[in-house]
Design a protein around this ligand. Structure first.
Ligand code: NAP
Ligand code: HSE
Length: 432
């Protein structure tokens, strides 16, 4: 029985996990696809680096063509990261009629449609389950499990690093820098962790989720992004006091034909199922018109969880090879993209202000909110030690983003407002 030969691009956190799973689960793989699976060649940068997994040094190469041009290699698994060079490698692999599995959301968020088109044109599979939410089979669930439904909302904790940081800050009072370093050491963070903490990694994943969930081509530029770097200990504590948990939340919401997709630090009602998703765990809450609420939960990063998704994609490729139906899976978006404007995006908002502690100041502030018909759900006011200042913390009822942004402009101009300390979206009291 001839083995399926795999070429691996990368042998870092995820690549090592892939080698381990292929070795350790060989019996199960054999049973599922009817033949052995063998990793033939592995592309790395440094041939002499100490590895987390035992591999024959002869398997390692620094020349990508040893994989891309080897006619015996059927499937290329890309777990090296990066965008431009990687795109070229995968286009070359597809043109050589090799199937591709990738964990690379940076690449798929930018060149996904080009690569899927190339795969289809070459009769090849291109699967990328591990690119969103690590070990959670969310892409397959959207495309297959919920194929019959119309999805209207997805809310996700889709970045393990930031969820790990926020959990440790919020539950254990630990410092941001120290916990970020720990997340890097545990292998959760990207090579450049700025893409985690600035929200870009989550935005890429939300673009992929929204494209599949809404069958609409959502580009990275369509996603409004903000990361976790400006969150303060005070904001986390005020949130707790008011019944909210601070999370980096991706939101993809469809109403009628229009959608919004965003990633931002959000104060989430403690009663929302996403509020109890902690550490490096991820979860995607999906609302479908027929199914109602569903939630997909699991490890969002790390070696073996992510490798599970990669090797499951490999099994998908191999099953298709056996059936002779590779390349038949490409899903072309059904709908034209229509994005909501700020006057069509509704939410509650949390605002923390430092104001002059004088008669009439609060009345001035409330009148600005009244001009936009925005009312308050919760308000706290405390005197500050700083001379003559008070801190006001408030949560609005539902308001349009446009009204809220106009209110912020007017508050900044108000003489009595010393500083707008922080502002967050508030979600989760009503689920849809
Ligand atoms: P990593 O630990 O940094 O490993 C990258 C591997 O690729 C290393 O073995 C490196 O070689 C090799 N490599 C990088 N650039 C190369 C180049 N230009 N030429 C040849 N080899 C190159 O990265 P990772 O954490 O495994 O992540 C890999 C991919 O999976 C990324 O796209 C990431 O976003 C995605 N992902 C990661 C996770 C996670 O939890 N880590 C989860 C989901 C998805 P050397 O070892 O010789 O340096
Ligand atoms: N850096 C990513 C995260 C890896 O923390 O979620 C998984 O995609």
């Amino acid at each position: 029985m001839e083995a399926i030969q795999v070429g691996l691009l990368g042998l870092g956190t995820v690549g090592s996990g892939v080698v381990k799973i292929i070795e350790n689960h060989q019996d199960k793989l054999m049973h599922q696809v009817g033949c052995p699976v063998k990793v033939k060649k592995i592309l790395v940068q440094d041939l002499n680096k100490k590895r987390d997994v035992d591999v024959d040094p002869a398997q390692l190469t620094t020349n990508a063509d040893d994989i891309l041009q080897d006619p015996d290699i059927d499937v290329v698994i890309e777990v090296m990261g990066g965008i431009e060079e990687t795109r070229n490698y995968l286009l070359k692999a597809l043109s050589e009629k090799k199937h591709v599995v990738t964990a690379n959301k940076d690449l798929m968020a930018v060149y996904g449609s080009e690569l899927l088109t190339a795969a289809s044109a070459n009769g090849c599979d291109l699967f990328y389950e591990a690119s969103v939410a690590g070990g959670i089979p969310i892409l397959r669930s959207l495309v297959d499990g919920l194929a019959s439904d119309r999805i209207t909302k997805m809310m996700g904790i889709v970045n393990g690093t930031t969820n790990y940081i926020l959990t440790k800050m919020s539950k254990h009072g630990r410092a941001y820098e120290e916990v970020l370093k720990e997340a890097q050491e545990l292998g959760y963070a990207e090579a450049d962790p700025a893409s985690d903490v600035e929200g870009l990694d989550a935005a890429r994943k939300m673009a992929i989720l929204a494209t599949l969930g809404f069958s609409m081509k959502i580009d990275l530029d369509d996603v409004k992004v903000e990361g976790i770097t400006r969150i303060t200990e005070e904001d986390i504590q005020y949130g707790k006091q008011l019944g909210y948990t601070m999370k980096l939340i991706g939101i993809a919401h469809r109403e009628g034909e229009k959608v919004e997709v965003s990633v931002q630090p959000t104060l989430l009602s403690d009663s929302h199922p996403l509020a109890s998703v902690n550490d490096e765990y991820n979860a995607v809450y999906v609302y479908g018109e027929a199914v109602g609420e569903t939630m997909f939960y699991g490890p969002g990063a790390g070696s073996l969880p992510t490798a599970t998704a990669v090797v499951s994609d490999l099994v998908g490729v191999m099953k298709n090879m056996r059936l002779g139906v590779n390349g038949a899976n490409a899903v072309t978006p059904q709908y034209q993209k229509k994005l909501k404007g700020p006057d069509e995006i509704y939410s509650k908002f949390f605002l923390r202000l430092h104001v002059k502690d004088e008669v009439g100041v609060f009345a001035n502030i409330t009148s600005i909110f009244s001009e936009h018909s925005v009312s308050f759900e919760k308000i706290l006011q405390m005197p500050l030690k700083e001379n003559g200042l008070a801190e006001i913390v408030l949560v609005t009822h539902q308001a349009s983003l446009q009204d809220y942004e106009d209110i912020l402009v007017k508050l900044r101009d108000l003489n009595a407002v010393h500083e707008i300390k922080s502002s967050y979206r508030v979600e989760g009291s009503a689920r849809i």
